[in-house]
Design a protein around this ligand. Structure first.
Ligand code: MG
Length: 171
C-alpha cells in the first residue's frame, strides 16, 4: 500500500496533468484562430501526452489499491499578446510541473518509498524533455518568428509532430 499522503500528492498530480492537457488545448485554440495550424497541431499532440501522463499516474494509484478522485479542472484564462506568449507560458508551466514532480519525489524519498521513486523516475526524465522542447520553441520563435517567411516555415515544420502512444507500463 501507498502511504496516504503520497497517494494524495499523486492524485493531485493526476488532476494537474489533465489541467496541462486543457491548457495546451487552449494554446492550440489560439494558434488555430491565428491561422497557425502547425503550432495548433503541436499543442494538440502535447495535450494528448499530458493526458497520457495523467492516466499513467491514475494506473499507478489503482495498481496500489488507491481510489482515484477526479477534481474540477481549472479554466485556462490566459489572454495572449502575441505568438510568442503561449510558448513562454508553456515553458514556465513545464518548469512548474518539474517542481511538482520533484516535490512528490522528495516526499517519497523521505518516506523511503522506493517503489514510488522508481515510478517517478520516468516523469523526472520526461520533464527534462518537456522543458527542452518548450525552451526550443521559445528560442526558435525568437529567431525566426518575427519574419513572416520564417514563421511560415516554423509552422510547416511543427505540423510534422507525430503522436506516439506510450508503451506498456513497464517502461
Ligand atoms: Mg506532463
Amino acid at each position: 500500500m501507498l502511504e496516504k499522503n503520497i497517494a494524495a500528492l499523486i492524485n493531485d498530480q493526476v488532476n494537474k496533468e489533465f489541467y496541462s492537457a486543457y491548457l495546451y488545448l487552449d494554446f492550440a485554440n489560439y494558434y488555430a484562430e491565428e491561422g497557425l495550424d502547425g503550432f495548433a497541431h503541436w499543442y494538440e499532440i502535447q495535450a494528448k501526452e499530458e493526458q497520457d501522463h495523467a492516466l499513467k499516474m491514475r494506473k499507478y494509484l489503482q495498481d496500489n489499491g488507491y481510489r482515484v478522485i477526479f477534481e474540477a479542472i481549472a479554466k485556462p484564462d490566459k489572454v495572449f499578446k502575441n505568438h510568442l506568449d503561449p510558448l513562454e507560458n508553456g515553458l514556465e508551466h513545464e518548469r512548474y510541473v518539474t517542481s511538482l514532480i520533484s516535490n512528490i519525489y522528495h516526499v517519497a524519498f523521505e518516506a523511503k518509498d522506493f517503489k514510488t521513486m522508481q515510478f517517478l523516475d520516468w516523469f523526472v526524465k520526461e520533464q527534462v524533455e518537456e522543458e527542452k522542447n518548450a525552451d526550443d520553441l521559445v528560442k526558435r520563435m525568437k529567431l525566426f518568428g518575427s519574419d513572416s517567411r520564417g514563421l511560415y516555415m516554423l509552422d510547416q515544420e511543427l505540423k510534422g509532430r507525430v503522436y506516439t502512444a506510450p508503451a506498456s507500463e513497464e517502461d
